[in-house]
Design a protein around this ligand. Structure first.
Ligand code: HEM
Length: 164
């Protein structure tokens, strides 16, 4: 990193590499963080584009809708994230106290494995969940929000890689 050429830009990596007075990251931490961001951001995005292309080509009516009305695009991206998102399951969470997930009791220390793709086809959350519907009003923004709530687990379920 010391040999990186050029003037820093306004991008995230330039910002991460800029000298900070408070809580600076070590070189190893910076390399790990940037690697993580590149890998996490690349594979998910590539796979969403590929899955979405396949879904649109096999649902020509939906592709035609999108071609007719480009303003549908934000809905389309959300719906495609729901219908064929690239992440099947998230990391396990471990309960920090006795709790319940749905109607299932989870005891302290037990693991819960969130299955994102199943949540996105949940008939209790989405009408006719196996249908690709780019005009769907209940967007996967909610799926995102629900996933983030699940990730946080209301403070009771902690991600596997966290040690506190
Ligand atoms: C279609 C695009 C994407 C999808 C579907 C997606 C999905 C996810 C999911 C489901 C998680 C949670 C994993 C878990 O906690 O078990 C996650 C975490 C994460 N994603 Fe993405 N992601 C996408 C794009 C990106 C991009 C573009 C970046 C960065 C440039 C990124 C960086 C991260 C990072 C750093 C985490 C870990 C956050 C944490 O520590 O809790 N993701 N992503």
């Amino acid at each position: 990193m010391d040999s990186l050429p050029g003037t820093p830009g306004s991008d995230l990596i330039s910002e991460l590499l800029a000298p900070h007075q408070h809580d600076p990251l070590s070189a190893d931490e910076l390399v790990a963080l940037i690697t993580n961001l590149v890998v996490a951001g690349h594979i998910t995005t590539v796979n969403l584009i590929a899955n979405s292309t396949e879904a649109l080509l096999t649902h020509p009516d939906q592709l035609a809708l999108l071609r007719e009305d480009a303003t549908l695009m934000p809905h389309a991206v959300n719906e495609l994230m729901r219908y064929c998102g690239p992440v099947v399951r998230a990391l396990p969470r471990y309960a920090t106290c006795d709790t319940t997930v749905g109607n299932t009791p989870v005891r302290t220390g037990e693991a819960v494995l969130p299955v994102v793709s199943a949540a996105n086809r949940d008939p209790a959350a989405f009408t006719d969940p196996d249908r690709l519907d780019l005009g769907r009003t209940r967007s996967s923004r909610e799926s995102h929000d629900r996933r983030h709530r699940a990730r946080r687990g209301g403070g009771v379920l902690t991600p596997a890689r966290r040690t506190t």
